[in-house]
Unconditional design. Structure first.
Ligand SMILES: O=P(O)(O)OC[C@H]1O[C@@H](O)[C@H](O)[C@@H]1O
Length: 284
């Protein structure tokens, strides 16, 4: 977690603070009261990638409010909004994870909450004072992709219906003449497993760019890349905003040539590269 203090003269300072976990598992945090004498705004940045970080964040915001008598705006950036994929109750008995997480965030009473490329419209609708940085704006920070898209060198692939609006937005922004091809996953209704991936267009001899919000285990992109390859795609690249890569990059070897992702889920130095796949991290 990084916490910055802003002053009225435009100074931004990264704050030091103490935190530790008690042997019983509870979190503890303490700031230096003297650091806030001239503070007019506080900015908090955290990659909320596990539950203990959420508790630490809530303790931090509580401590900051107590120190500043709740009189100073606190702005939070959590690039990856956890539980955003649980945005509907698919099967009776499940929780609405996105709403649970939004409640935690809203209870902190923040003046602004910035998230990147929300999975769907549900999380931004549930979070108070939210700013959702669009996928297209994040992709635009990658010079190589922006240039290739503007030159019309890439065919865009929307991996499923949920990604189609954002993929069209990329084309609209960089080059409205770009080919955009829709793919779709056919799932086993009972298990949720992908049983088939279909591509609604011709990719023979083309350099394609798949664009999506999250790569978790990678099944979506493995299956899609297999079909793209079998249908003759010449070069396969993947842009994903949130690179979780829970199964590593090796699962894409021989299928995907290049992967582009932001540092929303982990800092650059914590990515494990692959020997055969080009990996470019877009630092924000
Ligand atoms: O296939 P993996 O990488 O596990 O999961 C990523 C997919 O799951 C969806 O929610 C994401 O939008 C993406 O399409």
């Amino acid at each position: 977690m990084e916490i910055f203090s802003h002053t009225s003269t435009g100074h931004k300072t990264l704050l030091n603070f103490d935190y530790f976990t008690f042997s019983g598992g509870e979190e503890h945090i303490r700031f230096n009261a003297s650091d806030f004498a001239e503070t007019t705004k506080i900015e908090v940045f955290e990659r909320l990638t596990d539950s203990s970080k959420l508790i630490r964040l809530m303790l931090a915001v509580d401590a900051l409010k107590r120190l500043t008598y709740g009189a100073i705006p606190i702005e939070l950036t959590i690039p990856y909004f956890p539980y955003a994929r649980q945005d509907r109750v698919c099967v009776e008995g499940e929780a609405l994870g996105a709403a649970v997480m939004a409640q935690f965030i809203n209870n902190m009473g923040l003046s602004k909450v910035t998230i990147w490329d929300a999975h769907s419209d549900v999380s931004p609708a549930l979070i108070n004072n939210v700013v959702n940085v669009p996928q297209m704006a994040l992709l635009a920070r990658c010079e190589e992709l922006s240039t290739r898209l503007a030159k019309g060198e890439l065919t865009l692939i929307s991996p499923d219906a949920g990604a189609s609006k954002k993929t069209l937005k990329i084309a609209e922004t960089f080059n409205s003449e770009l080919d955009v091809i829709q793919a779709q996953k056919v799932r086993d209704l009972k298990t949720g497993n992908i049983i088939e991936t279909q591509i609604l267009g011709d990719v023979k001899g083309k350099s394609v760019l798949i664009a999506d919000d999250i790569c978790d285990g990678g099944r979506t992109f493995i299956e899609l890349a297999k079909v793209l390859k079998s249908q003759g795609a010449a070069e396969i690249s993947l842009f994903i905003t949130h690179g979780i890569f829970s199964k590593g990059l090796a699962v894409f070897e021989g299928l995907i040539d290049a992967i582009y992702t932001t540092d929303s889920f982990r800092p650059v130095n914590e990515f494990k590269p692959s020997t055969t796949i080009k990996l470019q991290i877009i630092e924000m």
